[in-house]
Design a protein around this ligand. Structure first.
Ligand code: T4K
Length: 389
């Protein structure tokens, strides 16, 4: 069915017109690479009767990912959150760890879940990543580490954070959940800090349905994490380390392999869509699209717009107009981790230190992107945003 024309305010669903889309248009619709290749692999897995526990598909997946990123070790996991927890534990972080509040709540939860206090530091409003000066301000005698997040796939200020970590004897690791395919100073994200943690959740640019991985050049750390993800087993009946169940299953690795072959195409579609949004949204007073550094690689998965106070519509007005059209735009990561439980009750005054985080949280909208968003949908979405303003 052709999309409705959006010419005047009476064409908007919030004003009684039919919605632009009869099915919900999600922000996180999965990219599915080569379906036939995936189904062939699943057949093979079933024939092989090896479904999990470091099977051949997972081993191939780990080798391919490590080669793709140019890193020594890729330790595949069942999801990004468990991967974060295992990495944090393997690095022996304790006490307090500095993180941004402007991230998905898994970053903070992975610490708190293990009895570590997440200490929230403010961000740079232009990049949405940790502000190194703010990180310095949050260091106390109890601080043992920093987790930088490469938000929206843009690398955190890695060199500055590493310098702070070195100066204060802290461990630096990265939550690279958004940053598969990104670069920093031309080098692939994946080998910075002590380790980097990826999420391959269905909603990510590159997905294994559920999944994640920790990548590192550190042999000993990789070996420890391999033990930890499999209850600490080293061979039959021989447990030599505390552990949990963090294993990736074979079917997820098969999805990852099929999607890795298609990843260049996925990035190309995302990037084209991103440019189309930029062109279509240009010139709306008080509204801008967050850009990425042209000199660095980025999957362009996240289309992030910012609605300033001088825009004719509020952020929430625009979200309401989009939702009425069945366009399920998101306010990621509103209201910020520090205003979510348990952190809101535990540290009720943290917001005083997070001026930029709070300002950014009030103005962000994330729009749909990915291989299931056709070009004409971008025109329609942008026309709706323009009219809502
Ligand atoms: N660190 C960071 C910085 C992260 O962003 C994340 C995850 C993590 C760590 C933890 O990694 P994982 O443990 O998740 O591997 C979603 C994802 O669940 C989450 O993975 C992601 N970040 C976060 C940014 O977004 P929700 O609550 O928005 O998910 P959900 O289920 O509402 O999905 C979004 C939309 O996508 C849905 O409205 C419908 C659509 N969708 C979703 C799925 C799962 C589909 O169309 N098909 C699907 O299969 O958190």
């Amino acid at each position: 069915m052709p999309l409705k024309a959006i010419r005047s305010k009476t064409d908007l669903a919030i004003n009684g017109a039919p919605p632009a889309f009869d099915q919900p248009l999600h922000v996180g619709r999965p990219n599915i690479g080569n379906r036939e290749a995936f189904l062939r692999s699943v057949d093979h897995i079933l024939d092989n009767q090896w479904l999990t526990n470091n099977g051949p598909m997972v081993q191939e997946f780990e080798h391919r990912i490590a080669a793709y990123l140019g890193v020594k070790h890729c330790v595949a996991m069942c999801n990004g959150t468990i991967a974060l927890e295992i990495a944090i534990r393997a690095l022996r972080l304790t006490g307090e760890v500095i993180v941004p509040s402007w991230t998905f709540v898994a970053t903070a939860h992975a610490l708190y879940w293990q009895g570590i206090t997440p200490v929230f530091a403010d961000i740079d409003p232009f990049t949405h990543n940790l502000d190194p000066d703010a990180v310095r301000r949050m260091i106390t005698p109890r601080t043992t580490g920093i987790i930088g997040v490469h938000l929206w796939g843009r690398a955190a200020p890695i060199d500055e954070l590493q310098a702070i970590a070195d100066e204060h004897g802290l461990t630096l690791m990265f939550d690279a959940a958004h940053a598969f395919g990104s670069s920093y100073c031309g080098q692939s994200v994946g080998r910075f800090g002590a380790c980097e943690v990826f999420s391959f959740h269905a909603t990510k640019a590159f997905n294994t349905m559920e999944g994640g991985a920790v990548t590192t050049d550190d042999d000993e750390l990789a070996e420890t994490m391999r033990l930890m993800r499999n209850f600490g087993f080293k061979g039959y009946d021989n447990v030599i380390h505390p552990g949990t169940n963090g294993k990736m299953i074979e079917a997820c690795a098969a999805m990852g392999l099929a999607n890795l072959d298609a990843f260049d195409d996925i990035i190309a579609v995302n990037t084209r869509n991103h440019h189309a949004y930029r062109e279509a949204l240009v010139g709306i007073p008080g509204l801008s699209l967050l850009g990425y550094d042209a000199a660095e690689r980025n999957s362009h998965h996240y289309v992030v717009i910012e609605v300033e106070k001088d825009c004719a519509a509020t952020r929430d007005d625009i979200i309401a107009a989009l939702h009425a059209e069945n366009i399920l735009a998101r306010k990621y990561f509103w209201p910020g981790n520090h205003r979510m439980q348990p952190y809101r009750d535990l540290f009720p005054h943290t917001g005083l230190m997070l001026e930029q985080t709070q300002a950014v949280a009030e103005k962000v909208i994330v729009l749909p992107n990915g291989t299931s968003v056709p070009n004409e949908a971008i025109t329609t979405i942008s026309d709706i945003v323009r009219l809502a303003c």
